[in-house]
Write a protein that binds this ligand. Structure first.
Ligand SMILES: Cc1cc2nc3c(=O)[nH]c(=O)nc-3n(C[C@H](O)[C@H](O)[C@H](O)COP(=O)(O)OP(=O)(O)OC[C@H]3O[C@@H](n4cnc5c(N)ncnc54)[C@H](O)[C@@H]3O)c2cc1C
Length: 550
């Protein structure tokens, strides 16, 4: 059969899938991606029907793993035509019920096999990747060339993907200078619900050399933070920068959260941190309870490897080993600032500015161990999704303006104070993570720990050796309900205070909180891009179906 006839025959087969039910769709999809790309295995389907927070009431019918844009386009077209809901999934490292099935006849679209770094173009300073590429893999590909993306990953980047990160938006590495993940994007190639392929940006002759984002309305922006409800990301082009030649670290402790947040806001305004993260006393206690840093040979090895000379590395590692984590007092808030730049003097000046800001806000300088360890091993195994005694873990967060951060924190603290007896009765405890976004926002992220059995996805994510050291806990729906109530309470406060959110999924009140004109536009866009509502029904608050998960 000639290539043209074969393509036509394939298209006809896909077309006919509209009248077909499950088994026939499986056959069609197998034709497209091959037998290895379609899974009906129940364990795998169950794994794809839960996230780090929730287990769906439904189980996906199939897990399909395309390996190219062409396959992806055909799979989406066939599944939509057959009336299936489509749940795109990257690394599965989210916790807002974002990709789990909410109705029968859902297909899990596994992007993890589209994981190539397609082109590093050092002349044009662009890099193009497939959506299932992890942040860790991208950074590993760029490091030997002395290049980096400006935003270069979340802490989950060992497993979480660039497609997932752009669908949810991300905080962390590089965000202090360059903002969230989408702010480093030049162009996207996305697949719409009918299988058509849409490419954004100025793309050069032939259309496959994207080099500039803005040409007319920002179509790339439309698909960033969309919770995977507008289209499937297939390829992403980022801009590149040379890796900063110098970096250094400084850490401070504060007596109160308000002092910490005031200092962090001023660090952000001053633009001195490529990234910063901070912990409250609750999270510090959790970190202390975990295996001591001193015993973590891998971490020390990474610190030694990162220093420019072995001798300097050994000194750093010895300091960490001897200091352990005892340099932060139990009741203190600590912030860890990482500065980077082209000149050593510039970085040193940034740290001096940080010192002056911290001092003016009642901070005292402490060992910079945590910042150093974070940079030495930016993408660690995701063992922190379980507490030190095997407890479950789930964050919730709000993005807040610099001036309003202390007020948001005070409101959340007041909620938790009211709920304290309930927390205590159910063994729920809390920590906070704080970080910044460019010069204009802070993130406040309460993190819950509670005694509850872990679902399969968690066991599959944590390193086996780490998992084997942790107790297996019994089912505890009552404690989980308390955490759900507290997460809801935080979201309600954030909604009242007009906060923003990443990871909207099906957890944050996006559509309902938009003004009328925005709501209309968003709904019109959805019905144009995905007329049958096949992509992640319920995401962003669009096309809600039954309650997503228990
Ligand atoms: C231990 C841990 C640490 C974390 N640290 C951070 C952090 O530092 N910063 C941070 O921002 N987040 C962090 N997260 C949260 C989470 O990992 C991120 O939100 C991450 O971006 C999720 O990516 P993923 O590939 O796992 O996406 P998934 O969970 O697979 O999917 C997320 C959403 O994106 C959609 N989606 C996925 N791929 C595509 C695609 N190709 N096209 C269209 N839609 C798609 C899904 O349908 C879903 O709605 C952390 C999570 C864990 C467990």
């Amino acid at each position: 059969m000639s290539e043209g006839v074969r393509v036509m025959a394939e298209a006809a087969t896909i077309e006919r899938a509209s009248e077909r039910s499950g088994p026939e769709l499986t056959a069609v999809l197998t034709q497209i991606v091959g037998p290895a790309g379609v899974s009906e295995d129940l364990d795998r389907r169950r794994l794809h029907s839960q996230d780090i927070w929730s287990v769906a009431n439904e189980t996906v019918d199939l897990v399909v793993s395309p390996t190219s844009v062409e396959e992806l386009s055909k799979v989406v077209s066939a599944a939509s035509a057959a009336g299936y809901a489509i749940a795109p999934r990257g690394g599965g490292m989210s916790y807002t019920s974002a990709y789990i099935p909410t109705r029968a006849r859902t297909l899990s679209l596994d992007l993890s096999q589209m994981n190539r770094v397609l082109e590093v173009n050092a002349d044009d300073m662009t890099v193009t990747v497939e959506a299932g590429c992890t942040w860790a893999a991208l950074d590993a590909a760029l490091a030997p060339k002395g290049l980096r993306t400006p935003f270069w990953g979340p802490m989950s980047g060992l497993t979480s993907t660039i497609g997932g990160g752009l669908s949810q938006l991300n905080a962390m590495f590089g965000a202090g200078h360059y903002g969230t993940s989408s702010e480093s994007v030049i162009a996207l190639t996305v697949v719409l619900a009918d299988g058509s392929v849409l490419k954004t940006g100025a793309r050069g002759e032939g259309g496959d050399k994207p080099f500039y984002r803005h040409y007319g309305p920002d179509l790339a922006g439309l698909f960033c933070g969309d919770a995977g409800v507008f289209a499937i990301k297939a390829q992403i082009t980022f801009r590149l920068m040379r890796r900063p030649a110098h970096e250094d670290y400084v850490s401070f402790a504060f007596a109160t959260g308000a002092q910490l947040l005031t200092a962090m806001a001023e660090f952000a305004r001053a633009g001195i941190a490529s990234e910063m993260c901070a912990f409250d006393p609750g999270l510090t206690k959790v970190r202390m309870k975990r295996a001591s840093l001193a015993a973590d040979v891998k971490t020390l090895g990474a610190v030694i490897a990162k220093e420019k000379s072995f001798g300097k590395g050994l000194i750093s590692a010895a300091k960490i080993a001897m200091g352990g984590r005892t340099f932060i007092e139990e009741e203190e808030y600590s912030v860890h600032v990482i500065s980077e730049g082209r000149s050593k003097t510039g970085v040193a000046e940034d740290l001096e500015t940080a010192r002056a800001i911290a001092k003016a806000n009642g901070g005292r300088e402490i060992e910079n161990t945590i910042a150093k360890v974070i940079r030495a091993n930016p993408f660690p195994p995701l063992n922190s999704i379980l507490g030190p005694e095997g407890e479950r873990w789930a964050p919730v967060h709000g993005i807040v303006s610099l001036s309003q951060a202390p007020a948001l924190f005070a409101e959340i603290e007041a909620l938790f104070a009211r709920m304290a007896p309930t927390f205590e009765a159910h063994g729920v405890y809390i920590g906070y993570l704080f970080t910044s976004l460019s010069t204009n926002a802070l993130i406040i992220e309460p993190v819950f720990y509670w005694p509850e059995a872990r679902q399969a996805l968690i066991s599959a994510t944590v390193e086996p050796q780490h998992l084997s050291r942790l107790p297996v806990l019994a089912d505890n729906p009552a404690a989980t309900a308390v955490v759900a109530e507290a997460r809801r309470g935080v979201i309600d406060i954030c909604t009242r205070m007009g906060c923003g959110h990443f990871q909207i999924g099906r957890s944050y009140d996006y559509l309902a909180t938009r003004d009328e004109a925005s709501r209309g536009l968003i709904q019109t866009l959805k019905s144009t891009l995905d007329p049958t509502g096949a992509l992640n029904p319920g995401g962003l608050g669009l096309n809600p179906t039954a309650a997503p998960a228990s």
